[in-house]
Design a binder for this molecule. Structure first.
Ligand code: HSE
Length: 386
């Protein structure tokens, strides 16, 4: 019997326990022997649960138990989760996480500690919830130089936008429902202001380009300024408005990265990604464009990815998964304003474009931000067109 522990019993943590319990036979078959969740760490007690006896409040019990081979860190945040992850890795335990904030902020350090102690630090669930994405990028696309990643990376905002577009639901009502369904972060600001998507695109860029892209330095815009008028205007022109995370390598090896609402042509498959689903397009120099699609948030979808990582960690105890990226010293990030795009704008425009006056228009001449400001000085609500 192999023993593991779960740090945190929130939405994802309780899901991790349930996945281990429900699919115990299949997990045992794949790993080669049964796996038992020996401890669940949480400051709260859950006396009503049939596994109430597994709960501990003292992290040291887990840290000091040599039987524990792998730990699910599903606490979130960069406080205790950061400290406990380091201590687990140093104690020779693999750590598997859904914590995008921690991976984006300190992934390179945690991966280096994992390497030093010959254990795994795995984070499939940190981007795209239950969608297989990170492992395919590392393994199946390994023979490619990755050139661009572009995706809908936040289920909450995609759910809200879909409700606005399809059902005319107000922003506040759609957000409340996303929270009720367990999609949203504890503080939904991280979702609606784009910070969650920003952390995710940075993790993917770190992996794809080999050096840390700091979320603090990436241009990040959320969906709070999008109006129902924008949504309707985009639809009339054959576009859907989506919150998109992008990271693109230039020929010189530098990187543009951003999170912002974009107009996506209805012919692009990303435009059809609706509700809580995420869709991520990855472009490699040999394979061309591939797309990953599935449930980007939610208890069981995310937990299934955490558990799969734990199974992988248990299977790779001798020869760990080699994942790493640099500490940012390469300074890959370029100023976003220089990225040439077509634009959507609304507002007062000159006579030649008077027909666009109240409706907004997609200007399909590629321009930098400076060029756009010169040509359309009074434009409002500017969004890039994908
Ligand atoms: N709040 C996140 C989302 C959860 O809505 O996508 C999954 O990372």
């Amino acid at each position: 019997m192999l023993k593991v522990a779960v740090l945190g019993h929130g939405t994802v943590g309780s899901g991790v326990y349930e996945v281990f319990e429900k699919n115990a036979a299949q997990i045992a078959h794949t790993v080669g022997e049964p796996v038992e969740v020996k401890y669940v760490l949480d400051l709260r007690a859950f006396p009503e649960l049939h596994y109430a006896d597994k709960f501990v409040t003292d992290f040291e019990i887990i840290e000091k138990d040599p039987e524990i081979l792998a730990v699910a860190e599903v606490m979130g945040g960069v406080g205790a989760a950061y400290a406990f992850s380091k201590r687990c890795l140093r104690a020779g335990k693999s750590v598997c996480t859904s914590n995008k904030e921690l991976v984006a902020a300190h992934g390179e350090e945690l991966l280096a500690i994992a390497k030093e102690h010959n254990v795994n630090y795995l984070f499939e669930a940190s981007v795209g919830g239950g969608i297989p994405l990170i492992r395919p990028m590392i393994q199946c696309l390994a023979a490619n130089q990755l050139q661009e990643i572009c995706g809908i990376l936040n289920g909450t905002t995609n759910y809200i936008l879909t409700e606005m577009i399809r059902n005319g639901v107000s922003f506040d009502d759609a957000l409340a429902e996303a929270q009720r369904r367990g999609y949203a972060e504890k503080d939904p600001t991280a979702d609606i202001e784009g910070h969650d998507a920003c952390r995710k695109i940075c993790i993917l860029a770190d992996l794809a380009f080999g050096d840390k892209i700091d979320p603090e330095q990436v241009s990040c815009e959320g969906i709070t300024q999008i109006t129902l008028e924008d949504v309707a205007a985009a639809r009339r022109m054959g576009y859907a408005i989506k919150l998109v995370g992008r990271a693109k390598r230039t020929e010189a090896g530098k990187v543009y990265a951003c999170v912002a609402p974009h107009l996506i042509p209805e012919t692009n498959p990303l435009a059809s990604v609706e509700g809580v689903f995420n869709g991520i397009q990855v472009t490699g120099d040999m394979v061309g464009e591939v797309m990953f699609y599935g449930r980007g948030a939610g208890k069981h979808a995310t937990a299934s990815a955490v558990v799969a990582d734990m199974m992988d960690a248990l299977l790779h105890r001798e020869k760990r998964r080699p994942i790493e990226w640099g500490n940012g010293a390469q300074e890959l990030l370029l100023p976003l304003d220089d990225l040439v795009s077509a634009w959507y704008v609304r507002g007062e425009v000159d006579d030649a474009l008077a027909r666009c006056k109240t409706e907004g228009a997609a200007i399909t001449i590629p321009m930098t931000v400076a060029e756009r400001n010169a040509k359309l000085p009074h434009a409002e609500g500017a969004m890039r067109v994908l």
